[in-house]
Design a protein around this ligand. Structure first.
Ligand code: UTP
Length: 322
């Protein structure tokens, strides 16, 4: 079996405008909105590190320096907390700058997720890499990315994460055409369609914000014209790879063959069927739900918060009729 290079790099696009969260995101990056006391993007980096990735490249933009500051040391705070003997506080502020080798590159204009990923080409080079969107995260108890990396190791090519939704919801997402494989939680993706009409959707399995990409994606992205909304879409490039189970472009040679021969020279896309917990904090309602859920589970706040929440909800309910 040909050797498939292991994945060590994570790319986290965080350069979007965050228009759904205005006015909060006028000056504060959407990815910095906290889940109680931890910015969403820190949870995303923790997810990458838990999957064994050691090198993180963030795609940022003008107005996003808070993200770079968060992953840098803050010597003034360190000094104050050390003087106070606040070890827990100190550990909480140094965790983010010790998690992985952090790198940053700017996307000059928000030209779409595909364009943001293309900004990583120089840093990534000719290696497979993971992409984790900066405004959603997967529950640490449901290690999706680790499974995706195993699947990439087995099949080569690129790997997407798929979640099942009700049929009437498909038109808001990228939807996959899928074929079963020998593994219950892995499918071959033969096509992808962005926001199909309900009666034209090829399945109920939508693409969510975790990917393992073959470096062949960069050549495809360079050739991908702007799609929906004038943006270069990652889904469009993945569709090209899904339809291409052999080499993409003439300049890629010596690619790898997956164990099942399913992917060669960078083409081919497989999907991991994910049935765990995902928090899409780029949407107001899901952000709120995530906050409540985490508050109910965190040992430092739950004992006071849960009884308060119960009595608050009771106060909203109409009095039971006699
Ligand atoms: P979204 O489409 O959810 O983010 O992209 P957005 O464009 O910031 O949000 P709205 O729709 O205006 O509210 C998913 C992720 O991809 C990044 C975003 O920062 C987000 O983390 N992204 C998106 C980029 O890095 N560059 C882009 O051009 C677009």
């Amino acid at each position: 079996m040909a050797h498939i290079p292991a994945v060590t790099k994570a790319v986290i696009p965080a350069a979007g405008l965050g228009t759904r969260f205005l006015p909060a995101t006028k000056a504060v990056p959407k990815e910095m909105l906290p889940i109680i006391d931890t910015p969403t993007i820190q949870l995303v980096v923790e997810e990458a590190v838990a999957a064994g990735l050691t090198d993180v490249l963030m795609i940022t933009a003008r107005g996003k320096t808070a993200i770079e500051d968060h992953f840098d040391r803050n010597l003034d705070l360190e000094e104050v907390l050390t003087a106070k003997g606040d070890e827990a506080g100190l550990a909480s502020i140094t965790a983010s700058n010790r998690m992985a080798a952090m790198h940053f590159v700017r996307q000059g204009k928000a030209l779409g997720l595909g364009h943001a990923v293309l900004c990583a080409a120089e840093h990534v080079g000719d290696e497979p890499f993971a992409v984790l969107l900066g405004d959603d995260f997967i529950d640490a108890r449901d290690p999706l990315l680790k499974r995706m990396l195993e699947v990439r190791q087995q099949y080569g090519g690129s790997i997407v994460a798929l979640m099942e939704v009700d049929p009437e919801q498909v038109s808001a997402y990228g939807v996959a055409t899928i074929k079963p494989t020998d593994a219950d939680d892995v499918v071959a993706v033969t096509d992808l369609v962005e926001k199909p009409a309900v009666n034209e959707a090829p399945s109920n399995w939508i693409v969510v914000g975790r990917y393992v990409c073959d470096p062949a994606i960069f050549d495809v992205l360079r050739d991908t014209p702007p799609g929906r909304g004038g943006e270069i879409q990652l889904t469009d490039a993945l569709r090209t790879l899904a339809r291409t189970d052999r080499a993409y472009g003439a300049n890629r040679v010596n690619g790898v063959n997956g164990a099942n021969g399913a992917a060669a020279d960078g083409g081919g896309v497989h999907g991991v069927l994910f049935r765990g917990r995902r928090y899409d904090t780029g949407k107001k309602l899901e952000y709120l739900q995530t906050l409540i859920q985490f508050a109910c589970e965190r040992p430092d706040v739950a004992p006071e918060f849960v009884p308060w929440l119960r009595s608050y909800l009771d106060s909203l309910s109409p009095a039971p009729s006699r």
